[in-house]
Design a protein around this ligand. Structure first.
Ligand code: BG6
Length: 366
């Protein structure tokens, strides 16, 4: 049941600190340098043979895969391609026994994802499934499984499944990076220690909900929105834009911030809400200049950065500060206000938040 919340979606958004914690419990531990992913049996020797990883999923799970690509490539230095299951399976992909596939599916029953998994296995790939449902089809058919412990997700728009999928991706990337020597023990400890603090930092963000609520109420009648970011922030922008489209039927476009001027900057008109993410240190200055480009065209900008990066307040209408963590972990925190923004916008627009039109929680047809 909804436990006092108005909708399942907001309940599930608030369950994220616990879901994150549960997904890490007994896998990464403060006093232990081993990563224990017991249903992933890949050895150092197995990993040496892998020359390509495909991350395959649909919808929100696909967006977790986009983050996964950045993270696996960064930490394990293995090339990763991300694809929609419904594209991958029909494009005669190059798969052999040196291929590893990671399929992501909250329900574990999505028809296209399951078909992609089968295609991979038929062609000799090893397949890891990341899923939230014990004993689901993808869990049964994959070679290796990593469960997210998000608990049941009822709202059609995925929230806690996404953030726990991110954590699953970090753990796999770290595990591979440790196995193949790309991540030193010192680096591992630094990332692990920061990961273990994510639940409390997620909680701190939830406590800033009023700022997001205010922005949502001020802009809920707009028909278009833009979500901008670079690198991992772009990956989160994709998910933020999807959330608002799914449940409030506002058209939203996620753009790699540096690409805007090569494309649709003409659509940035006076009064358009722009959600700008600037959590990546290396890209911070570049993103700030992209924010200035939209501000000069009259956009209303809400910008997200880590505490201490006060420069965003100078270039935006509303600045939201996230508790400091490693840039690589930022997506787990920065997506939360975007989920809230989608939620409050949908509520204000009178939408059926938990059951958006034309969408199903799990699509078992192709
Ligand atoms: C869609 C849902 O049909 O399937 C999305 O509406 C979801 O919310 C997508 O992200 C993928 O689902 P799953 O269960 O494979 O993660």
């Amino acid at each position: 049941e909804k436990g006092g919340y108005e909708h399942f979606m907001i309940k599930e958004i608030y369950e994220q600190p616990k879901a994150l914690k549960d997904t890490m419990t007994s896998r990464i531990m403060a006093d232990n340098d081993d990563i224990i992913l017991d249903k992933i049996k890949i050895t150092k020797e197995d990993l040496e043979k892998i020359n390509r990883i495909y991350v395959i999923a649909c919808g929100t799970a696909y967006h977790a895969g986009v983050v996964g690509k950045y993270v696996i490539e960064k930490l394990a230095r293995i090339p990763v391609e991300v694809d929609f299951a419904s594209e991958f399976r029909y494009r005669n992909p190059i798969i052999d026994s040196n291929t590893l596939m990671i399929v992501l599916s909250q329900s574990g029953e999505t028809a296209d994802t399951l078909a992609a998994l089968r295609l991979g296995k038929e062609n000799g790939a090893r397949v890891i499934a990341i899923t939230n449902v014990v004993g689901s089809s993808v869990a049964r058919e994959a070679s290796d499984v990593l469960y997210t412990w998000a608990g049941p997700e009822i709202a059609v728009a995925s929230t806690k499944a996404y953030t726990t999928q991110l954590v699953a991706m970090y753990m796999i990337a770290l595990h591979f990076g440790r196995l193949n020597g790309n991540v030193t023990l010192e680096q591992y400890r630094e990332i692990r220690d920061e990961m273990l603090k994510l639940p409390e930092k997620a909680q701190a963000i939830l406590e800033q909900k009023e700022t997001i609520q205010k922005f949502a109420y001020a802009h809920h009648t707009n028909k278009d929105m833009f979500y901008l970011g670079r690198g991992l922030d772009f990956a989160v922008a994709l998910e933020g834009a999807l959330k608002i489209k799914e449940i409030s039927y506002v058209h939203a476009e996620a753009y790699a911030a540096g690409e805007l001027k090569h494309g649709t900057i003409a659509l940035i008109e006076k009064g358009i809400p722009v959600i700008a993410l600037a959590t990546q240190d290396e890209l911070f200055e570049k993103t700030i200049s992209n924010i200035k480009e939209v501000v000069s065209r009259g956009a209303h900008v809400i910008a997200f950065a880590f505490e201490g990066n006060d420069d965003i307040a100078k270039v935006s209408d509303v600045a939201v500060y996230l508790p400091k963590t490693l840039p690589i972990l930022a997506p787990v925190l920065s997506v939360i206000p975007l989920q809230l923004l989608a939620y409050y916008t949908a509520v204000e627009r009178g939408c059926d938040v938990d059951k958006p039109r034309n969408l199903a929680k799990s699509v078992t047809v192709e």
